[in-house]
Design a protein around this ligand. Structure first.
Ligand SMILES: Cc1cc2nc3c(=O)[nH]c(=O)nc-3n(C[C@H](O)[C@H](O)[C@H](O)COP(=O)(O)O)c2cc1C
Ligand code: SF4
Length: 609
C-alpha cells in the first residue's frame, strides 16, 4: 500500500490536488490496479478533502471506472449497429469461448473481462475493441486469436504489436476545411490584425471585436448537432459578467456513427487549437479545455505534443503572437465512457470532476459555465471553421454552402458502402451524391446524424445535407436492402437506455420501457398495442425529459415505424392487446439504479394505458 500511496500522491500532485480534476485522478489511479479498490477511494477522498461518497459517486457514474475488480485485461467490443453488421458479437463470442469467459463477468483468476460498450467511434474500420482503453480497429477472427494469445502470455498492453492499434483517417473527400494547409499561427495573427470599418478604437485593439463581427457575419452554426449561431454564443460569453472566461472544445463525439472529430484531432489539431485560441481572444478567456472522449485516449499523447509545440512557438502561453496581455493555454481532460457527457452542461459538470448529469438550463454556459463562469462550448469542427473564417473572412465563408447553411460539413460515412470514411462537402449536397461517392449500392435507408437524428428511406435521397433540410452532427450510416431496419432501431433503442444517466424519471424509466416493447416485438410477441405504447412513451419522453438524450430516445423507433412499418407488422403476433412488459420488473431496475422508490410515479404511464 505504501508503494500505491506514493503512486496516488504523484497523480494528485500532477493535477495540483484540485478536486475539479477528480475524474482525471480516478482514471489514472485506476491504472495502478485495473480498478479502484475501497482503500484507494478513501485515500483520494481524504487527500482531495472530498466526502468519500462524492468520490465513490463519481467513480460509479462512468462506465470505464470500476469499483469492483475488473480484470487485468478489460476487453470491450464496440456495439454500434455497424459493428454488429461487421460481426462484432460473433467475435466477442469467439473471444469468450477461447478464454472460457462469460460475457460481462470477469474470469475467476481476475485476468480478463469481456463485454460490449457503446460505439467507440471507429465505424469506418470496425468492428473495434478497446483493450484497457486502447482502441484496436478492424477486428477479425485472426486478430481475436492474436489477442487471446497475448493475454494468455500475460503481455502488457503497452507491449502489444503497434500495428494492432493503427487507426486510419480514411479521408475520401476534402473541401475548405480538410483541404486547408494552415500555417500554425496564421489565423491567430489574422484575428489580431483584423480591423473594423470606421471605428474610433485604436487599430491595434480592434482585433477581438472585428473577429467577432466576422464570425457573426459568416453565419457559422455549431457543428455539434444543435446548430446554434457561433457568433451569438461568443458575443454572449464576451459580454457576460464574470472574473474568468473559459473556452471548451467538445470532443466527446459519442453519437454512434460519428468519427469526424477523431480525424480532425488526429490530422488537423493545429486548426482546432487555432480556433480555440481565436475564440479565447474574442471572449477574453485565459484557460481552455479539450474534453476528449475516453475512447480516443490514443489521441492524448499526440495532442499533448501539439500543445507543447505551440507553446514553444508562442502560440499558447503568455503574450501569444507577441501581443502583451493575450495569455491563453489549453488542458486536455479525458472522459470515461458516458455519452451524456457530450451534452454541454453535463460536460462542464464532468470537467469539474463531478458526475456528468446535465444541469438545469437556463442559465446557459455562456453566462454560468465552468465553475459558474462565462464559458463557450463548441464542437471540434466548429472551432476549425472559426479559424478559417478568422483567416479568410466572412464573405468568403458565406459564399460556400447554401443561403441558410454557410460553409462545409464533414460527414462520417459508415455501413454498407465500398468506401467508408470521412467526406467533406459544401452544405447542400444531396444524400444521393454522398451515396454515389462512397460506393453504396441498393441502399434501403440512411441514418443521418446518428440515433438521435433521422432515418430516411430511398424516396428521400434527393434531400440535402443542410440545416434547412437534413441537419446533422456528421453521422451518415448506410443500410442496404439486405438489412432489416428493425435491427437498427433495436440497437439504437438499447443504446439510449444504456446511456440514460438516470437523473430524471421519464428518461430513466421510459427508455427501459421502450427496450421492453421492442424486445417483446423482437421475440414475436408484440401486438398493435405495443406500437401504440411507443407513441405514448414518445410523447412523454419528449415532453418531460430533462435533456436532449431523453428527447430523442424515441426517434429510432418512431422513424422506423413510420418509414419501415412492414418490418414491424411482420413481427407482430396479433393486433390484439397483450401485456407489453413487466412494469414492476422495469421499475425495480430503475429503483436499484437510483435508490429511489417512487420510480414510475412521476411517469404517469401504466401498461393499461
Ligand atoms: C445527449 C447529448 C450528447 C451530445 N454529444 C455531443 C458531442 O459528442 N459533441 C458535440 O459537439 N456536441 C454534443 N452535443 C451537443 C452539445 O450539447 C452542444 O450543443 C455543442 O457542443 C455545442 O457546440 P456547437 O455550437 O459548436 O455545436 C450533445 C447533446 C446532447 C443532448
Ligand atoms: S433525459 Fe435522460 S440523460 Fe438527460 S438528464 Fe434525464 S435521465 Fe439523464
Amino acid at each position: 500500500m505504501i508503494q500505491e500511496r506514493a503512486g496516488l500522491d504523484r497523480i494528485i500532485e500532477r493535477w495540483h490536488g484540485e478536486s475539479t480534476a477528480l475524474l482525471q485522478i480516478l482514471r489514472e489511479a485506476q491504472e495502478i490496479d485495473g480498478w479502484l479498490p475501497p482503500a484507494t477511494v478513501t485515500y483520494l477522498a481524504q487527500a482531495l478533502d472530498l466526502p468519500r461518497a462524492r468520490v465513490e459517486g463519481v467513480a460509479g457514474f462512468y462506465s470505464f471506472l470500476h469499483l469492483q475488480p475488473a480484470g487485468r485485461y478489460r476487453v470491450l467490443f464496440s456495439d454500434n449497429i455497424t459493428d454488429r453488421m461487421a460481426g462484432n458479437l460473433e467475435l466477442l463470442e469467439m473471444f469468450c469461448t477461447s478464454l472460457w469467459l462469460e460475457r460481462g463477468k470477469g474470469s475467476e483468476d481476475g485476468l480478463v473481462l469481456a463485454d460490449t460498450t457503446s460505439c467507440t467511434g471507429m465505424c469506418d474500420q470496425g468492428p473495434a475493441v478497446l483493450v484497457n482503453g486502447w482502441a484496436i480497429p478492424r477486428m477479425t477472427a485472426a486478430r481475436v486469436e492474436q489477442i487471446v494469445e497475448l493475454i494468455r502470455a500475460g503481455a502488457p498492453v503497452e507491449q502489444w504489436p503497434a500495428e494492432l492499434f493503427h487507426i486510419e483517417d480514411n479521408i475520401h473527400r476534402r473541401d475548405i476545411l480538410l483541404g486547408s494547409t494552415l500555417e500554425a499561427g496564421a489565423a491567430i495573427r489574422a484575428a489580431l490584425s483584423r480591423t473594423l470599418p470606421d471605428s474610433t478604437i485604436p487599430a491595434a485593439q480592434q482585433g477581438a471585436l472585428a473577429t467577432l463581427e466576422a464570425i457573426k457575419e459568416s453565419n457559422l452554426r455549431g457543428r455539434g448537432g444543435a446548430g446554434f449561431l457561433t457568433g451569438l454564443k461568443w458575443e454572449a460569453c464576451r459580454n457576460a459578467a464574470g472574473h474568468t472566461h473559459y473556452v471548451v472544445c467538445n470532443a466527446d463525439e459519442g453519437e454512434p456513427g460519428t468519427f469526424k472529430d477523431r480525424v480532425l484531432l488526429n490530422s488537423h489539431a493545429d486548426l482546432v487549437l487555432e480556433g480555440m485560441t481565436v475564440c479565447a481572444h474574442v471572449v477574453g478567456a485565459q484557460q481552455g479545455y479539450i474534453y476528449l472522449r475516453g475512447e480516443y485516449r490514443h489521441l492524448l499523447a499526440p495532442l499533448q505534443e501539439v500543445l507543447a509545440r505551440r507553446r514553444a512557438a508562442g502560440l499558447l502561453g503568455t503574450g501569444i503572437c507577441g501581443q502583451a496581455g493575450f495569455d491563453f493555454d489549453i488542458e486536455i481532460h479525458l472522459g470515461a465512457g458516458a455519452y451524456v457527457c457530450g451534452e454541454e452542461s453535463a460536460l462542464i459538470e464532468s470537467l469539474e470532476g463531478k458526475r456528468g448529469v446535465p444541469r438545469n438550463r437556463p442559465p446557459y454556459p455562456v453566462t454560468h459555465g465552468y465553475l459558474q463562469q462565462p464559458t463557450v462550448v463548441n464542437n471540434v469542427e466548429t472551432f476549425c471553421a472559426a479559424a478559417l473564417i478568422a483567416l479568410h473572412g466572412d464573405a468568403w465563408y458565406r459564399g460556400i454552402g447554401t443561403a441558410r447553411s454557410a460553409g462545409s460539413k464533414i460527414l462520417s460515412v459508415s455501413g454498407d458502402c465500398a468506401r467508408p470514411g470521412i467526406y467533406e462537402y459544401p452544405f447542400g449536397v444531396t444524400v444521393e451524391q454522398v451515396l454515389e461517392d462512397c460506393g453504396a449500392k441498393r441502399t434501403q435507408a440512411v441514418q443521418i446524424s446518428g440515433p438521435s437524428g433521422v432515418c430516411i428511406d430511398s424516396a428521400e435521397f434527393g434531400r440535402r445535407i443542410a440545416f434547412e433540410d437534413l441537419p446533422t452532427a456528421g453521422a451518415f450510416m448506410v443500410f442496404d436492402e439486405a438489412r432489416d431496419i428493425f435491427d437498427v432501431a433495436l440497437n439504437f433503442t438499447h443504446f439510449f437506455a444504456h446511456e440514460s444517466c438516470g437523473f430524471c424519471t421519464p428518461c430513466r424509466v421510459g427508455t427501459t420501457l421502450l427496450c421492453n416493447v421492442i424486445d417483446k416485438i423482437d421475440r414475436g410477441k408484440g401486438s398493435q398495442h405495443d406500437i401504440n405504447q411507443v407513441f405514448r412513451l414518445s410523447r412523454l419522453l419528449q415532453a418531460s425529459s430533462h435533456c436532449g438524450l431523453g428527447h430523442t430516445a424515441c426517434n429510432p423507433l418512431l422513424d422506423s415505424i413510420k418509414r419501415f412499418r412492414p418490418t414491424y407488422e411482420r413481427r407482430l403476433e396479433s393486433l390484439e392487446y397483450e401485456p407489453a412488459f413487466d412494469l414492476d420488473g422495469a421499475l425495480e431496475r430503475a429503483r436499484a439504479m437510483t435508490g429511489r422508490d417512487d420510480a414510475g410515479a412521476h411517469l404517469g404511464v401504466t401498461d393499461e394505458q
